[in-house]
Design a protein around this ligand. Structure first.
Ligand code: HEC
Length: 269
């Protein structure tokens, strides 16, 4: 680059040489860095089921080592994980029922179960009022007699029209909810022998009246007729108590459609 020297002043020439040295350095640095560059879409990882040349057998997913169990996956306590002993439900909590366990159960129950079972557990939650199949009433004779692990089992595996909650609730949380259901049952079906001496068992209707509410406040409440459509109608697809005018959203596969061609919309009343 001799022309720089002839056309420019000595100072400029020196500066330009400086620039040139700098840019050469930058170039070297960039090319070095480019060699280390790793794009995010091209990470050094194995995609599931993809082969590799790294292992002699060509599999990137390694077979399990025989006679070993991954940490935390032993599930040795069969009752804790299944709610069954020799295939049978049991009436026992696999850990002590402390106040903390019941409070956790109450909180989880109120999140996941109340939409259908309601806060008091009578099976008439908001989703049921809007047409879902009536969920079980925990206070009827059948559910009062069920062993504790039945509730755990239902949450783990689902039951009829009820989906399972094993993805939303850990096994420990499912047991906590089961324990809380027992507390709910006791709250409405307690006997004098269940409470410490000197403590009185009161009727819910009496408590309601004392608080200025009608005695029926604590009793079962009717499901609103205007929105109630049976999920599985008893007789050939016509809900017995469907409203005269169909105010429901379009029928899904779980909801039998109200027949608009009949003069009363299929209503039997
Ligand atoms: C989407 C509505 C829905 C939710 C949410 C729901 N359930 Fe249910 N549940 C039902 C229905 C419907 C039934 C009745 C099922 C049937 O008879 O086909 C039922 C039945 C039950 C039964 C009675 C089983 C029997 O032996 O009769 C138990 C116990 C139960 N549910 C527990 C729970 C618990 C605990 C939760 C919360 C983790 C929960 N359910 C959340 C709808 C629901």
């Amino acid at each position: 680059m001799s022309h720089i020297r002839t056309t420019g002043s000595p100072t400029t020439g020196r500066r330009r040489r400086g620039v040139r040295v700098l840019s050469l350095g930058a170039l070297a640095a960039i090319s070095l860095l480019a060699g280390c560059r790793q794009d995010m879409q091209d990470q050094p990882k194995f995609i599931p089921q993809r082969g590799t040349a790294f292992f002699p057998d060509g599999r990137s997913v390694r077979p399990q080592v025989l006679n070993t169990v991954a940490r935390g996956q032993l599930h040795e306590d069969q009752y804790f994980y299944t709610g069954l002993v020799n295939g049978k439900e049991q009436d026992a909590l696999p850990f002590p029922a402390t106040l903390a366990v019941l409070e956790r159960g109450q909180e989880r129950y109120n999140v996941y179960c109340t939409p259908c079972h309601s806060r008091v557990g009578n099976g008439e939650g908001m989703i049921v009022e809007r047409g879902y199949k009536p969920a079980g009433n925990y206070h009827d004779a059948k559910r009062l007699a069920q062993p504790l692990s039945h509730f755990f089992y239902v949450m783990t595996n689902g039951y009829g029209a009820m989906p399972d909650y094993s993805a939303q609730l850990t096994p420990a949380d499912r047991w906590a909810v089961a324990a809380y259901i027992r507390a709910l049952q006791l709250s409405q079906n307690a006997k004098e022998s269940d409470v410490p001496q000197g403590v009185q068992v009161k009727n819910l209707s009496d408590i309601a009246e004392q608080q200025g509410l009608p005695a029926s406040f604590a009793g079962p409440w009717p499901i609103a007729q205007s929105t109630y459509v049976m999920a599985k109608p008893a007789n050939e697809g016509t809900p017995a108590n469907a409203p005269a005018q169909n105010q429901n959203p379009p029928a899904s596969k779980n909801h039998a459609p109200v027949n608009p061609s009949t003069p009363d919309g299929g209503a039997k009343q």
